[in-house]
Design a protein around this ligand. Sequence first.
Ligand code: ADP
Ligand code: MG
Length: 224
Amino acid sequence: MPLLELSHVSKSYQEPGGGPVVAVLQDVCLSVEPAESLAIVGPSGCGKSTLLNILGTLDTPDKGSYHFEGRDISSLGTAELAAMRSEKIGFIFQLHHLMPQCSVLENVMLPTLAMRQRDPSARARAESLLAAVGLADRLNWRPAQLSGGERQRVAVVRALINQPRLILADEPTGALDEQNAEMLTSLLLELQHSTGVSLVMVTHQPAQAARMGRVLRIHQGVLN
Ligand code: ADP
Ligand code: MG
């Protein structure tokens, strides 16, 4: 069974001020298998973030269906959906969105507070993941004391802390220099490989996209 399946999904937005309705995604079909890595590429404004938001259940399709682990997402209530999202999906964005007043360790632990049941092994997992990304001696530092590359590594650990089935990364290397971008992609792929999580990464950088198992392109609303 695929991890997730979008079937004939369309999404439109009305331009602000009552302007025309713009079709962003048209008849998108996408199936993602457990433990696979996938890049989504395409020009700015083509709908990459819209697609990731739908995959992350932060937005809903106008038409078509979305199944995650075989369950029809549209059949879930708000609370059930929020619980599913925090347990199964990790998000990484272009900017880290770390809490400035929290330490590295606290930032990584935050998503565990949203879990239905407290996970007593979460702290040990946080420390071990932070060590695995080379931040063992930064646990009590604040985000402002870290480099851009280090902050993104914290964001990667935060996305993995609840042991999700899916990581959605929206241009995670977009704000990094080439060397740090390279390192972050390597890290994501290593963790994807070792944990068996599926990774869907939007990127503008062809060199990063080419390292994923599969590359799909959005062109004029169509994914292929
Ligand atoms: P990308 O991530 O590929 O740059 P997006 O998915 O963010 O593109 O946006 C695709 C198109 O949809 C853009 O034209 C954008 O202006 C429009 N759009 C995105 N979100 C909204 C929204 N909430 N309301 C209206 N238009 C939107
Ligand atoms: Mg975007």
